[in-house]
Design a protein around this ligand. Structure first.
Ligand SMILES: Cc1cc2nc3c(=O)[nH]c(=O)nc-3n(C[C@H](O)[C@H](O)[C@H](O)COP(=O)(O)O)c2cc1C
Length: 186
């Protein structure tokens, strides 16, 4: 159990990935962890698409930047000021798609739990990650256009969230500050 807490404490978002592939058997273990995530009413509204072809990841990044520019000027300029990258050279972009479902048992909540599970499982396997909301299909209803057409997205699904997987290049960066005052015991 202590090891689990150590892994949780060690995880942070990496935005500078090395040019090093993640072995398929490691991705299989991450997929297994993702499939074990809880979901409302055991609905498992998700599908996990591991994009490992660098050409497709690059196409998706280019398409994502163009989408951001067209839909969110502030976000686009913020991205440019941080180096103009959405996927930071990651060798794997895992796209999580889901059946849209709103309300207390929303599929977005399930996807959020799955992506958190994936980030922790990846770290336990020595793989760094960065959760990315910059998935055009999650921003606008264009999920079957551009490079998304190659992903064989299940019928009725749309991209909901992304997570980059790979290995950090260079020195580890500081983790985000924690704020104990955000916890109250009554
Ligand atoms: C739902 C969600 C969406 C996020 N989207 C992005 C993103 O598009 N790009 C990015 O660089 N980081 C993204 N992040 C990472 C957050 O910026 C990061 O988790 C936060 O700053 C805390 O830092 P840490 O993960 O290093 O602890 C996202 C995180 C979450 C949970």
């Amino acid at each position: 159990m202590t090891e689990t807490l150590d892994v949780i404490a060690a995880r942070y978002s990496v935005r500078n990935f090395a040019d090093k592939a993640v072995p398929r058997e490691v991705l299989d273990q991450i997929a297994d962890a993702a499939l074990r995530a809880p979901s409302a009413r055991d609905s498992e509204p998700w599908h996990f698409i591991f994009v490992t072809d660098p050409t497709v990841v690059a196409q998706m990044e280019e398409y994502g930047l163009a989408t951001l520019k067209a839909t969110d000027q502030v976000g686009y300029e913020r991205t440019l000021s941080r180096g103009g990258k959405l996927y930071y050279g990651a060798p794997v972009l895992l796209v999580i798609t889901a059946e849209p479902r709103e309300g207390i048992a929303s599929s977005g909540l399930d996807v959020g739990i799955a992506v958190g599970t994936i980030a922790i499982a990846a770290k336990a396997l020595g793989v760094d990650s960065c959760i990315v909301a910059s998935i055009p299909g999650a921003i606008i209803d264009r999920e079957t256009q551009g490079p998304y057409a190659q992903l064989n997205i299940p019928a009725g699904h749309r991209p909901a969230m992304g997570i980059l997987l790979g290995y950090e290049a260079g020195e580890p960066r500081p983790q985000h500050a924690i704020h104990p005052e955000k916890v109250t015991f009554i």
